[in-house]
Write a protein that binds this ligand. Structure first.
Ligand SMILES: CCCCCCCC(=O)SCCNC(=O)CCNC(=O)[C@H](O)C(C)(C)COP(=O)(O)OP(=O)(O)OC[C@H]1O[C@@H](n2cnc3c(N)ncnc32)[C@H](O)[C@@H]1OP(=O)(O)O
Ligand SMILES: Cc1cc2nc3c(=O)[nH]c(=O)nc-3n(C[C@H](O)[C@H](O)[C@H](O)COP(=O)(O)OP(=O)(O)OC[C@H]3O[C@@H](n4cnc5c(N)ncnc54)[C@H](O)[C@@H]3O)c2cc1C
Length: 667
């Protein structure tokens, strides 16, 4: 069978690369050790048939879920048998590549206990959780409230006579709804509920509630629990048992309230610690920074598929060259694809920075220094919002970039999208999170004359200068200066924030006026986050990137910054900082960048080092042998199990034969 020359095309593409591929792989992995662990774990998963992704999109929900339990169990067994470290275990689960209950157990249940439990409580619960003798989920959201955490209705009423809390779901809307792992797998839930002592409501606190028997996994008395139902897409997030949970006056010991931030004594006295209540949101900060890192991985998967396929796929031609052109040669394809490639690199760089940001805030919190928490909250919330929205849209764009074949599940893209898109909603709806950033910006601006802004908000300290000086670019190459670019993003963000702050300051300060201005507030938050992304990419580039890859990273960094500038040209122009002519010059520079990316495009996606197993895509195969595998794949379709389709006798044949004597037939 002909393979459509796919193999040859990709070999030729790889030969054109102008950088040190291995050095880029190590850079993207985050270092030599991380690279080695990643490679080892990816191979371990790819070579183990239990982890096969084959047929995932065709399985009915029950089989899909059981299969995902099998994989999660096998992953845990592998981790124990091979004595893998925590980091290796995390990577192994990453390459298994299925949303499952262990994500919440390791990703939210354990971090929340660490953040909100006293030392004594950590000693009690963490060893059980680490050896998975209990399985935990994070039960915050309810049917009636998700974003508005203060509106949650589940109650935890203290009974001093028995030294217990009575957990209760008083209304339908108080039913816990959505927590991953809750539906079928968890034995324990970290429940967010209103704490009530002596008829007084102290607001939302966290409690560990056992929900299933450790003997036979049945729900405990007066606990109603189950799965909420099938979700968007085939496969995708349906491997996860998002669940519902109701309590009917269920008693748990007083010690099950996580008491690092507030305590209830044996005699029912409520005592708040002097730590800020925002620490109760700590698990969300942790998960949000991880989501930013994941965004880069998901986007890089989609981009790998689209770039490789665009190099294999040929359509039309021109008089000057023999044969048909690879679609990657078309400027329109490049202008949709290369900015996404650059974005995946940008998010990787920003992900590295976020790790250090998080490590720094954790160290400070341990030393009772809470000063940077608002900024870290704004950063993690805002970047979670921007990166997930762009990544979800980017995966869909990559699907379109692959033409008709992108719509087939064999491309890997529909399932990738279905698994990824809820990231725009979970861990904070993306608009809600941008409004948090906007509130932070308003607060920072209101205090700017007294408190010098720090970190990612430091530029607001120069608000006067940024508001008066305009862009000095007069020729295209003037844009090829990172300080010029940075100033453009700073000025645009500072001016947008100042404009909306001024409008609000002129008003009465009512919540209604705030609401009226939320579209502008969201735009201003987005501008601030785009500035962070551009500035951190530049910063990472300037601090210790190896020589053999720096030039490529520079090109990607300019590509990212220029495409952001152009996509948001309306905002930049409206602030008056740049002119239409300056935007046009940036457009020209962007085209030069595309020319520089073009010979390196396939190698730049190879550098992400995604195995064929992990990509799960006939279009994105490393060898480029697309057509053979699409064709072979069709024979795995269950409709083709029989030559004559099941249902022919009952439903097709009558239609075909009735036509013979249909009264209106003229034939
Ligand atoms: C492992 C991967 C799988 C992921 C699975 C997904 C799991 C989940 O989805 S779990 C559920 C996640 N749920 C959410 O994210 C809900 C989103 N909502 C929220 O975060 C909050 O309710 C929120 C911030 C919108 C509103 O909070 P609320 O306390 O009502 O009001 P607000 O006045 O805005 O905030 C109070 C203060 O806390 C601060 N704050 C809010 N959140 C945080 C935070 N995470 N960290 C630090 N500070 C915070 C605010 O800045 C504000 O500070 P200040 O008083 O100085 O201005
Ligand atoms: C796949 C998935 C997994 C999840 N896993 C978990 C989990 O493990 N544990 C858990 O506790 N929860 C989980 N969740 C729940 C998730 O965290 C919430 O759905 C999310 O926080 C959004 O809240 P909501 O559903 O209440 O949306 P809503 O707040 O009802 O949002 C609906 C719309 O209203 C808008 N809106 C709401 N309030 C405002 C406002 N003040 N201003 C402007 N616009 C507003 C929003 O932008 C959105 O467009 C999960 C959700 C999903 C989809």
């Amino acid at each position: 069978m002909q393979d459509g020359n796919g193999l040859d095309h990709l070999a030729g593409e790889r030969a054109m690369a102008q950088f040190d591929l291995q050095a880029m792989k190590v850079y993207l992995a985050g270092g030599q050790r991380e690279y080695e662990i990643s490679t080892k774990m990816a191979q371990l998963v790819a070579n183990d048939p239990v982890f096969s992704k084959e047929d995932r999109v065709r399985l009915a929900r029950k089989d899909l879920y059981k299969n995902s339990l099998r994989k999660a169990g096998h992953a845990w067994k592998t981790i124990l048998e091979k004595g893998l470290s925590e980091v290796e275990g995390l990577k192994l689960r990453h390459f298994v590549d299925e949303p499952t209950y262990t994500d919440l157990h390791w990703g939210m249940f354990i971090p929340a206990i660490k953040g909100q439990g006293t030392e004594e409580q950590q000693h009690k619960w963490l060893p059980l959780a680490y050896k998975m003798a209990i399985i935990g989920c994070y039960a915050q959201t309810e049917l009636g409230h998700g974003s508005n955490v203060q509106g949650l209705e589940t109650t935890a009423t203290f009974d001093p006579t028995t030294d217990e809390f009575i957990m209760h779901s008083p209304t339908v809307t108080s039913t816990k709804w959505w927590p991953g792992g809750l539906g079928k797998a968890s034995t324990h839930a970290l429940v967010y509920a209103r704490l009530i002592t002596d008829k007084k409501d102290h607001g939302i606190h966290a409690f560990i509630a056992p929900i299933r028997s450790l003997e036979d996994h049945t729900p405990l008395p007066n606990v109603t629990v189950g799965d909420i139902g099938v979700k968007f897409g085939n496969g995708g997030y349906n491997t996860m048992d998002n669940g519902f949970l109701r309590f009917d006056h269920v008693r748990i010991p007083r010690e099950n309230m996580l008491m690092r931030l507030a305590t209830v004594t044996k005699d029912g006295k409520y005592v708040r610690s002097n730590k800020p209540r925002q620490l109760g949101y700590g698990a969300m900060v942790f998960v949000r920074q991880g989501i930013v890192i994941d965004a880069s991985i998901y986007l890089s998967r989609a981009v790998t598929i689209a770039v490789r396929y665009s190099a294999v796929r040929r359509q039309f031609g021109n008089k000057d060259e023999p044969g048909e052109l690879q679609v990657i040669q078309y400027r329109t394809q490049q202008s949709r694809l290369f900015p996404l490639l650059a974005t995946a690199y940008a998010y990787r760089a920003v992900g590295f920075w976020m790790k250090s940001l998080y490590a720094d805030v954790m160290k400070r919190l341990n030393d009772n220094d809470f000063s940077t928490l608002p900024e870290v909250h704004a950063c993690t919330a805002g970047l979670k919002s921007i990166t997930t929205s762009v990544t979800a849209d980017g995966i869909e764009e990559c699907r379109k970039l692959c033409g008709g074949h992108g719509f087939l599940c064999a491309s890997g893209l529909p399932e990738l999208y279905a698994a990824y898109v809820p990231a725009c909603t979970y861990e904070g709806d993306n608009t809600i999170l941008l409004l948090q950033v906007a509130r932070f910006l308003l607060k920072t601006l209101s205090q700017v004359s007294k408190v010098r802004p720090v970190g990612t908000a430091a530029y607001l300290g120069n608000i006067k200068q940024l508001s008066t000086q305009n862009c000095k670019v007069s020729q295209g190459h003037d844009w090829l200066n990172t300080s010029v670019l940075l100033e453009a993003f700073e000025a645009r963000s500072a001016r947008q924030a100042a404009a909306v702050a001024l409008r609000l300051a002129k008003g009465s300060g009512s919540e209604a006026e705030f609401q009226e201005n939320t579209p502008e507030l969201v735009e201003s938050a987005r501008a601030h986050c785009q500035l962070i992304l551009v500035s951190k990419f530049i910063e990472q580039l300037q601090t210790g990137t190896p020589e053999g890859i720096r030039k490529q990273l520079e090109v990607l960094c300019y590509t990212y910054a220029f495409s952001q500038l152009i996509d948001n040209a309306g905002d930049f122009l409206a602030t008056g900082y740049v002119t239409g002519n300056q935007i046009a010059l940036a457009k020209e520079e962007l085209k030069h960048m595309f020319d520089k990316i073009r010979p390196n495009a396939v190698a730049l996606v190879d550098a992400f080092d995604h195995t064929d197993d992990y990509l799960g895509s006939a279009l994105g195969r490393y060898d480029g042998d697309v057509y053979t595998h699409l064709y072979k794949g069709a024979f795995k379709e269950s409709l083709n199990d029989t030559v004559v389709v099941d249902g022919y006798e009952e439903y097709l044949k009558p239609v075909l034969t009735q036509n013979l004597w249909a009264p209106h037939s003229k034939l």
